[in-house]
Design a binder for this molecule. Structure first.
Ligand code: APR
Ligand code: ZN
Ligand code: ZN
Length: 360
């Protein structure tokens, strides 16, 4: 089968080849035929080395498809079911899972670092990004990695729920628990940032300021719910005019850089909540005033996968889309083929695109 693989960090091009095979489906595994998969910034971050992964690696982690085979012990899904791929399959038994934070379970994430589920050119093993590798025609995942979804939800919409939507909307409804009537600033308006904006609109924010250096992103941000938009250079002025200089109730960082984390921190009011959604570099340190950290009473949250329990939240986000409350179509900037992924990655580096969706 066909898949797109990265050989080494720093490579510009993916190796898109047709000679992949999959590991056999174990007793608790599921084989999924991928029907749609998105191009997320985290895929690019693996290519640049910002997100370390074992190599070589089949990229892609935002995907949806149809179950084609299940192991003997799998009862959660059956062949023919439509599923969204979950890149934090939770074991259900560790302290984090039992404590209600399944998105922090490391069991299967660590397993994916030692268990290559792909082979190419005969016997050479390849890993799947965060245990997935959805830039492939088929994947094998543990049963917790394939979440059943309403078959009326189109695959391309379901794919978006697999990462961008859950990460972004979840950061608002689960991490920040934004209160109706609140004000919010969202720094970075890619696929994930626009999902944060939608989450803030759904939660009843009255002012939502979208910040992005690319003015082409401002119109899109307003289309999905931002009330105002500006460039990073205009942020201080916007804080003054929109909040009387006090700062926003909530600040969301959706770029993945210390500089933008600081910008979100500074644009948030005393007592406000700052949520870091972007995935930054391991050695990119954030420096905050020790006095202000105490005196300003702000809270700094990291948000991984939108603090979501995907078994609850994937169907919930699908329901919001069906009810016309989540605009997922506007997030798709183009539909492409698996063979076009090198061009898609180049376009993502350029910054002008939103979600490019590979359809099969
Ligand atoms: N201030 C504001 N926005 C910025 C800045 C900045 N200084 N620098 C870049 N941006 C904008 C880009 O112009 C782009 O619109 O951030 C946006 C990033 O969008 P994408 O590349 O589409 O990234 P996305 O897939 O949305 O992911 C964003 O969330 O999940 C994480 O790993 C992911 O760190 C990444 C982040
Ligand atoms: Zn992603
Ligand atoms: Zn666990």
């Amino acid at each position: 089968m066909r898949a797109a693989m990265l050989h080494a960090v720093g490579d510009d091009k993916l190796d898109i080849r047709d000679d992949f095979t999959l590991a056999p489906v174990g007793a608790t595994d599921v084989r999924v035929k991928i029907k749609a998969t998105g191009v997320c910034h985290s895929d690019l971050s693996v290519m640049t080395g910002l997100l370390p992964m074992p190599l070589p690696v089949v990229l892609g982690h935002e995907g949806a498809g149809e179950v084609v085979e299940v192991g003997d012990q799998v009862t959660s899904v059956a062949p023919g079911d439509h599923v969204v791929v979950n890149w934090t399959p939770a074991c259900g038994a560790c302290d984090r899972c039992v404590g209600g934070q399944p998105y922090l379970c490391m069991h299967y994430v660590m397993e994916s670092f030692t268990l290559p589920r792909f082979r190419y050119g005969g016997e050479t093993p390849a890993f799947g990004m965060v245990g997935c590798g959805t830039w492939a025609e088929e994947i094998v995942v543990p049963w917790q990695g394939a979440i059943k979804i309403d078959p009326e939800v189109p695959y391309e919409v379901a794919a978006l729920i697999g990462c961008g939507i859950t990460t972004g909307v979840g950061a608002v409804v689960n991490t920040a628990k934004l209160r109706p009537g609140a004000t919010a600033v969202v720094i970075g308006c890619g696929g994930v940032g626009l999902s944060v904006i939608q989450g803030a609109r759904l939660s009843g924010a009255t002012t939502i300021l979208a910040v992005d250096p690319l003015t082409s992103k401002h119109a899109l941000a307003k289309k999905v719910g931002a009330t105002d938009a500006c460039t990073p250079e205009q942020l201080t002025e916007a804080v003054a005019s929109l909040t009387g200089g006090q700062g926003f109730d909530y600040g969301f960082e959706v770029v993945g850089r210390s500089q933008t984390i600081l910008a979100a921190w500074q644009a948030t009011r005393r007592g406000g909540d700052v949520v870091v959604v972007g995935a930054g570099a391991m050695d990119d340190m954030v420096s905050l005033s020790a006095f202000n950290l105490m005196f300003d009473g702000k809270t700094l949250h990291g948000s991984l996968y939108g603090d979501s329990d995907v078994r609850r939240d994937f169907p919930l986000f699908a329901g919001l889309w069906k009810a016309g409350k989540l605009d997922l179509e506007s997030m798709i900037s183009s539909r492409i083929r698996l063979g076009d992924l090198n061009d898609a990655v180049a376009a993502l580096r350029g910054g002008e695109v939103l979600r490019q969706i590979v359809v099969f």
